[in-house]
Design a protein around this ligand. Sequence first.
Ligand code: GLA
Length: 389
Amino acid sequence: MISKIRIAVVALLLAPAAFAQKPILAATPPMGWNSWNKFAGKVDDAAVRGAADAMVSTGMRDAGYVYVNIDDTWEAGRDAKGNILTNSKFPDMKALADYVHSKGMKIGIYSSPGAQTCAHFEGSLGHEVQDANTYAAWGIDYLKYDLCGLRVEMKKLPTHEAQHQMMIEAYKKMDAALKATGRPIVYSLCQYGDDAVWEWGTTVGGNLWRTTGDISDKWASMSDIGFRQAGLAKFAGPGHWNDPDMLEVGNGGMNAEEYRSHMALWAILAAPLLAGNDLSNMTPETISILMNREVIAVDQDKAGKQGDRVTTEGPIEIWSRDLADGTKAVGIFNRAPSVLPAHVDFRKLGFAKAVKAHDLWLQKDLGNLDLTYTPTIPAHGVLFLKVSK
Ligand code: GLA
């Protein structure tokens, strides 16, 4: 009898701990900056500190951009015990992490499950646990794990099935190593969308996974990647996101209309918003595109429902995303290199009567619109609306 009572008391005491919910990591798509698109192999400690400083001074941090992510080329070899070393560009990673944390932000790093990274620096193969522990000791909050070097090992296997299995095991191994550190570390899979990663990304612990090859700072690259994301919405949600690659906004290869299309499409896709430009040197236009709070709010909408394509008419594509407040974000895109009228039928977007519309880029109410509406869309541009009954 006494022992039964004791068990009941112990169970009651433990219950709150057992049911206490851990906060979801990456509950909304990660936002921040990544060094690769602009700096590639030139990234160093000073560039990362400069990005962190700029994120504070421009207001980006307060707009939600909190991850400061170092991509490839920070690695040196290993010490006699096998611990990963940083090269001379990064004299003290712990001090750098402390600096980023002192600014109220988080820091990310990069590695590969192969012996080498894409840029042929040291990878994590055979050192997964050791590397995860090193990252945790430095205070790392985010890891981008890029398949690259493992492909060399995969190619030695005879069947696609065996190669696939090797990749899955490699991603699981690092996931287990990261979790074992006890530090919440966002886990970003980078294997370019092979083998329909969206179908199994969560089973290897991914918080986000690249769905495509590398973006470049050109309309053709960005639009090809962005508009190819149709159909992937159901695989995304809080804690697990499709990643159509980092932003190119502000790198100079596209005009402002094109960058607004880039940003609007990424917001509809609930994509991670990782700026990839030089933050310490931005035009007011770049700042206005990266920091439009209404556009960011669409991306970060707490319902976490990725949007999708609704209609296409030649180069005009209409995409829509359901938002937590019952309204919809609607992007009317023109993929043609000339101005075109778009024929919008709000019935196809689920509305039965005249709608209320708000222009997200202009942050301006447009009032009531009829069920059919014919706006003019700039070349490669977008009209980005919030639409409600
Ligand atoms: C791959 C990735 C890029 C970048 C480079 C670094 O190409 O897809 O995003 O990380 O490697 O070498």
